[in-house]
Structure formats: C-alpha cells, structure tokens
Design a protein around this ligand. Sequence first.
Ligand SMILES: Cc1cc2nc3c(=O)[nH]c(=O)nc-3n(C[C@H](O)[C@H](O)[C@H](O)COP(=O)(O)O)c2cc1C
Length: 356
Amino acid sequence: MAATLFTPLRLRGMELKNRIVVSPMCQYSSEDGFATDWHLVHLGSRAVGGADLILFEATAVSPEGRITPDDLGLWKDEHIAGLQRITSFITAQGAVPGVQLAHAGRKASVSSPWKGGEPVAAAAGGWQPVAPSALPFRPTDPKPLALDTAGLREVRDDFRAATKRALMAGFKVIEIHAAHGYLLHEFFSPLSNQRTDAYGGSFENRIRLLLEVTAAVRKSWPDEYPVFVRISATDWVDGGWTIDDSVALTRELKNHGVDLIDASTGGNVSDAKIPAGPGYQVEFAERIRQETGMPTGSVGIITTAEQAEEILASEQADLVLLAREFLRDPYFPLHAAQTLDADLAWPVQYERAKRQ
Ligand SMILES: Cc1cc2nc3c(=O)[nH]c(=O)nc-3n(C[C@H](O)[C@H](O)[C@H](O)COP(=O)(O)O)c2cc1C
C-alpha cells in the first residue's frame, strides 16, 4: 500500500504534494528583522531535501512582538524583498513557503538562547513587553504592560499589515502563532489573563483577540490560500487551558475560515511538568480532528519515517511537522521515502546519488 506520508493534501485551492512539514524554528539570525543568507541556505536546504511545506520561523508583526532583538520580522515593507528571494527559491524547488506570524507578548525582549536567553534592558536594545495582564512569565522577569484598547487595535492592525506583506513576499500559507505562551496564548489561558474587560474572564472573552486577529488575517489573505493556527492544546497545569477548551476554540476558528490546527502544547507556565516523549502531542491533534472535523497537524518528537507514517495512516493527523529532526537531517523526506519504498523526486542535480 502506498505510504500516506507521500500522498497529497488539498487545502482550499492548494495541493500539498506530501504530508511532511518543516516546523517553524527561530534562527535568531536577523538584524532589524531582515532575512539573511542564513535563512536562504537553511530553509532552501529543506526544500532541496523534499519537504513540501516549509514554515518560516516565528516572524514578528511588530518590533515589540519579537522574542529577541535577532528575530525575523514583517513589520515594514523593506522586509519583503529579502523574504521574497527565499520564497522564490523554495517555490522553484516545487515546495510551498509558509510563514508563522507572531507576537511574543510577555516573553518578548530576551536575548537569543546562545546569548543567555535572559531579559534585555531598554538600554541594551530591549523594550517593554506587553501582555493581557501585568503578570511576568517567570517570577524574576520584568512585569509586562497590560495592553489597553489602543494597544489591542495595534495588534490586530499589525497582523493584518504583516499578512499583506507576506503575500507580496510570495508566501502561500500563513500560520498564526497562538501557542507556547506568546501573546495570543497568553490571552486565551486563564493563567496569564486576569482582565476584567471584554478580553478577559469568560472563555468567549479570552479567545476574542485570537478570533479578531484571525478575522483580520483571513480577510487580507487570498481565498485560495490556507490559514493555519498553532495552538498550545493544553497548559499541562490544573486550572489552565485544556484540550476541551482547544476543541471548543477550534470550532470557533473553523467558523473564521481557519483550515488547519497545528496542535502543540505548553509554554505558558515556566515550571509545568510536561511528559515529553515520542509523539507525546499526537493525542491532541487526534482529539481535535475527531471532535471537530478540522484537519490537524501533529508536532513533537516525531523522528522516524515509520512513526510519521503511523500517525497519518491511523488518521490521528493530516500533516506531521518536524523541527529538530530537520536540523539533524535536512533530507529527511528523501530518506523517509526510501525507508517507506515511496517514490519522491530528487532534485535533478542530485539524481545520480538516488540509488546506491
Ligand atoms: C531551534 C528551534 C526553534 C523553534 N522556534 C519555533 C518557532 O519559531 N515557532 C514555533 O511555533 N515553534 C518553534 N519551535 C518549536 C518547534 O516548532 C516544535 O514545535 C518543537 O521543537 C517540537 O518538535 P520536534 O520534537 O520535532 O523538535 C522551535 C524549536 C526549535 C528546536
């Protein structure tokens, strides 16, 4: 039987040729938000390696929305040309470029992991992080500023403007980052949102900003191109966001024209106990898919062709997203096709190496 991993998936007017996605991965290799040669080679290699959908890293919709001063951005028109160079290369390999649009919320203004990952003061090039409420992520972090009405409007406007720039830059999929304790997740999790206005309190209020952002993105994005939302399907903490909430949220997102839920978890509670292991987040993609009929992507410690195939063949998810395995092996899809005895075209330049 043909491997499901190498069957196409149709989403709106777009057909993905296979089910293997490069999961967004921050490279902390930008200055003032600009893409560099690093991005071209890093992302380009994965297109050469046979991935069909390549999601660019968390790309900030505003300077304050960056995690670190080294993040990629789409907050000004000048960013478009550098990104377009990369999307053109990816498209020329027959792959699909997508971008994860992000706002880091209270987790903003820290240094890159290899520079320590600690808060960066304004004097050292940092900025004031914003959040639903003035609650820091870690007790030792500076307090974020609670967004006011004008601030909320700016967030929606920034996502809308970045979406329009993404189209000009040649992207064909948008993923809204609403996971891992960044701004949109901070709003929907009761642990980080203590607002008493229309954006806090009830479930409907806490998901309001994400729905408004989604509506703004969907309206600015062509009908034939898909919109994904990455969520953290659970906070892994009593009293936090749950998988039942995620199912209810997905139903709302479906009504807002979202085409796929990328089901990750965690990131909003610094000391949460997460039972990480092979495929530990698959169950969340599966439940959301089963209970809502929404296509889902599964991510998290998926490292082998057989494991990826099993997730898809047993209909637990529609796509698999791989992050660290793609750092170990940019040619994962070419190798997976050999393992599963599927036919996947190699770049013509490499064909002489296809059979040993
Ligand atoms: C270097 C690195 C950077 C990451 N950056 C992002 C990011 O920009 N956006 C995001 O949603 N997740 C990010 N993640 C999380 C991955 O997309 C993925 O969800 C996680 O690593 C689990 O998948 P894996 O076990 O295949 O690595 C990052 C992970 C790594 C290793």
